[in-house]
Design a protein around this ligand. Sequence first.
Ligand code: GLV
Ligand code: MN
Ligand code: MN
Length: 400
Amino acid sequence: MSGRSLLDGLGEITEVGRDRRRGGWSRHLGDDGEVQLREWFRERAARLGLDVETDRNGNLWAWWGTPGPDAVVTGSHLDSVPGGGEFDGPLGVVSALEAVARLKAAGVVPTRPVAVIVFAEEEGSRFGRACLGSRLMTGDIDPALVRSLHDAHGVPFDRAAAAAGFDPAQIGADPEALARIGLFLELHVEQGRGLIDLDSPVAVASSILAHGRWRLRFEGEGNHAGATRMRDRRDPLVAAAAGVLEVRTAAAALDARATVGRIEATPGGTNVIASRAEFWLDARADSDAQTRDLVSRIAEQAAAAARAEGCTVEVVEESWSGEVRFDPALRNRLSAALGVVPALPSGAGHDAGILAAHVPSAMLFVRNPTGISHAPDELAELADTVRGVDALETVLRGLL
Ligand code: GLV
Ligand code: MN
Ligand code: MN
């Protein structure tokens, strides 16, 4: 297919899940947009003659040939962060479909099964757990815990799963699905300035930073904004604000990365001193030990900030992904197929990182000329997306 039809793939879904309030796109497990994207994928894959199935954990598989074992599986995800960009996830799915379409059109007859996969809830934006579909499949997360989750509006996971078309009672480790994967390849838009600096349209991933998510819950005393003297207050939002500043200080001191992108005050009234304030911490560093060290420093500083305000704080880990180093043998095969392409570490997490602990996995990155991701200005130029599909097609040819 031409560059035009690749763009069409993204163009067909560009209005799906547009977030007029925040800007960008909001597509989360089981919401209207995500359900529509699942339908779009089924239809697109069926048009290519692929057989589509939904596994026990809500991941979609489009098969070229009889399902597994030793399948070459490629794809990504269709969900987004709130108000996110257009390419994080969908570019890998559209590129995988495009590469398969090209191979079919060229008369390639694979010697092993091929599947295009869409992982469910990769961003973890609705239920707080990143890479939910791949983690459930690999057994890296307890299905009972997942069934107990609620979104920010109190909607239970079960309802979202049902809306997305899978049975929440059946979720959990799926060794049969996993055993079908001979290797996994994920093409993804690059999410920082890596390929701008290297002046290259594509790269092969070398590693992923260790990272995780923690919820910090500060408890104080709800009270009246006008009737309570400043010296009598125990304001958890003040303690949380001090905690946020400590997050930045600790990450800078350790040359790591830490972010607070979400904060909530309860009950949330303008003339009410909050009784509770919560923020979510995203922390990342080169190694597991450095990331753990960063989070324990932040937890200590948050506890000190809480004490100073007469409040308490509880720190709960919601998600953890250890450092990933991608399979050297598979990386070498990619490099041999593609010639001179740079290797790039990833600051972002991916389903390929979860699968890497179980099956040989690799990633291809496509240049992002804005260097911005998880925001509406995320971009991949048409010429670079074509280079990305060229690379994926070349690699797949060599593996089939
Ligand atoms: C996902 O993109 C993440 O890195 O959080
Ligand atoms: Mn993302
Ligand atoms: Mn992604």
